[in-house]
Design a protein around this ligand. Structure first.
Ligand SMILES: CC(C)(COP(=O)(O)OP(=O)(O)OC[C@H]1O[C@@H](n2cnc3c(N)ncnc32)[C@H](O)[C@@H]1OP(=O)(O)O)[C@@H](O)C(=O)NCCC(=O)NCCSC(=O)C[C@H](O)C(=O)O
Ligand SMILES: [Mg+2]
Length: 303
């Protein structure tokens, strides 16, 4: 499978779809009609219509109907629309999967996945319920067992395209604290990133809970980009602008990428395999990185 974001992946292949920008991925409570309505005009790359933690048990059935109708409505334009079902083992899981299969969202987000077997069971349930081929599985990695099994989880099904960190649950399971810099979570974040890259999957960072603290949010989002995440999951519209900005290639990065490609092409035409740009060594691997930046910038510009 081609690495996500590889400029070489054809646009109409499954790997090509992995180039789709997923800088910002906004959760919204499935029972909140106002939020479902508002999302139609928000500048988010993707939406997670939530049936799990943000919906009270008494509201689950009603939320399922609202979310299925929203996902089937076609009202969200370029935004990728996903449904987060309740976790395997809960009374709502099977019904949520059937409703999602019928609605045909871009993806079904499965929380508390802890093994490859769970992914295979979800894939089989979606098949049995007649889900369209285009409906992918996004697996949430939010337990220590899932972190250790992340590579097998990622490779368990062709439908599985994205790993999503559940950092609130992971911190809870670890008995860890949420601190600036996220030292207690870094091992887990890195293992999931490695699993995603080893299997050619997209990987999204977890949420930042302090919705009024934009300075803290920006610092964490920058860290996520530097670590290698493709985007971040969000809980409030106020987090969209900084997240989209931080995860999009900056103008200087695009300019430098063009210069790297031009300089390397000129060097190879003269029989050289290495060159410097702005005083730094450039080899073919840097050209591949530069092509990926340009492909991502073009995909973002299409928005
Ligand atoms: C966090 C919130 C409860 C804050 O709500 P509130 O204080 O009411 O926000 P505002 O008054 O600032 O809202 C301003 C307007 O924006 C709309 N809004 C707010 N949030 C959203 C949203 N997520 N999507 C769409 N629209 C939103 C409000 O309706 C206001 O609109 P208007 O009426 O026009 O003024 C709230 O933001 C919220 O509920 N967020 C989502 C919470 C959620 O989905 N949680 C579950 C997912 S996170 C998770 O589970 C993590 C994972 O599993 C893990 O383990 O880490
Ligand atoms: Mg969670």
């Amino acid at each position: 499978m081609t690495t996500p974001g590889s400029a070489a992946a054809p646009a109409d292949s499954p790997a090509g779809d992995l180039l789709r920008p997923r800088r910002s991925v906004l959760y919204m409570p499935g029972a909140n009609e106002r939020a479902l309505e508002k999302a139609r005009s928000l500048p988010t790359d993707a939406l997670i219509l939530d049936l799990e933690d943000s919906v009270a048990p008494d509201a689950k059935e009603d939320a399922r109907k609202r979310v299925a109708a929203a996902a089937a409505s076609g009202a969200y334009g370029h935004r990728e629309v996903t449904i987060r079902v309740n976790a395997p083992g809960t009374p709502w899981h099977a019904g949520d999967l059937r409703a999602a299969a019928e609605a045909g969202p871009d993806a079904v987000v499965v929380p508390k996945v802890d093994s490859a077997r769970t992914v295979r069971e979800v894939a089989a349930a979606l098949e049995a319920a007649g889900a369209p081929d285009r409906t992918a599985i996004w697996a949430m990695i939010e337990t220590p067992a899932a972190v250790f099994a992340a590579r097998e989880i990622a490779a368990a099904s062709e439908r599985l395209t994205v790993l999503v960190l559940g950092t609130n649950d992971l911190a809870k399971e670890l008995h860890a604290e949420h601190v600036p810099g996220r030292a207690p979570l870094l091992t887990g974040l890195s293992l999931v990133l490695l699993a995603a890259r080893a299997t050619g999957r997209v990987v999204l960072d977890g949420v930042y809970n302090d919705v009024r603290n934009l300075e803290g949010f920006e610092a964490e989002t920058l860290q996520a980009r530097q670590l290698g995440f493709d985007g971040k999951t969000l809980i409030h519209p106020g987090q969209l602008e900084p997240c989209n900005r931080i995860f999009a290639p900056a103008a200087e990065e695009v300019d430098r990428s063009r210069r790297i490609i031009d300089a390397f092409e000129e060097a190879t035409s003269q029989g050289r395999g290495v060159v410097t740009v702005d005083g730094r060594m450039i080899e073919n691997l840097h050209v591949e990185q530069a092509r990926r930046v340009l492909a991502l910038a073009a995909a973002v510009a299409d928005r």
